[in-house]
Design a protein around this ligand. Sequence first.
Ligand SMILES: O=C(CO)[C@H](O)[C@H](O)COP(=O)(O)O
Length: 213
Amino acid sequence: MKLQLALDLVNIPEAKELVKEVEDHIDVVEIGTPIIKIEGLKAVREMKEAFPNLEVLADLKTMDAAAYEVQKASEANADIVTVLGAAEDESIKGAVEEARNQGKEVLVDLIAVKDIETRAKELDELDVDYICVHTGYDLQAVGKNSFEDLQTIKNVVKNAKTAIAGGIKLDQLEEVIKVQPDLVIVGSGIAGQEDKKAVAAKMQEMIRQGSTA
Ligand SMILES: O=C(CO)[C@H](O)[C@H](O)COP(=O)(O)O
């Protein structure tokens, strides 16, 4: 089980500063959708240059022209690129094929997908690398989370790795770990805390202790 730090509401220098603080305790750093929209894929390139030992995920949330966007993110040295689960199967196939050509991985984000069980089964057959349940900020604000959804997809996904994102804080991590996702994605649960290093270290310790694979 890996720990991913999601960076959304910062600029490139702030993002690098933050990662410097916690780099020993995370496996993947996510350049969040808002950063990419504001700063472009150079944020991905600069992060990989600064932290070559970390995997870098470009949270493009691609909906169309998926092969092209995966290609461009790969050229910026992303290791993992996100595509939306609501996208057409043709887009998913294009993303997976391009990722294979480039030696990269595709994470499909199920944000806003209503029937996640059916879609997760379909995505699993399309050979994606990760399937991620995700409660976005706007649903977190009305008290939702993805904990049950994680179990739902764990029950049906046979090949892909599973991931969870959306408002995960230290005091909820134990509940998440019990379901054994392959990737736990945490944004404000680390980036928004006073002592980021201590929280990330504690999360890393809990994940290491709780991982069965
Ligand atoms: O993709 C995102 C928002 O769309 C965030 O990166 C993801 O939700 C993780 O951040 P947080 O833990 O703060 O919710």
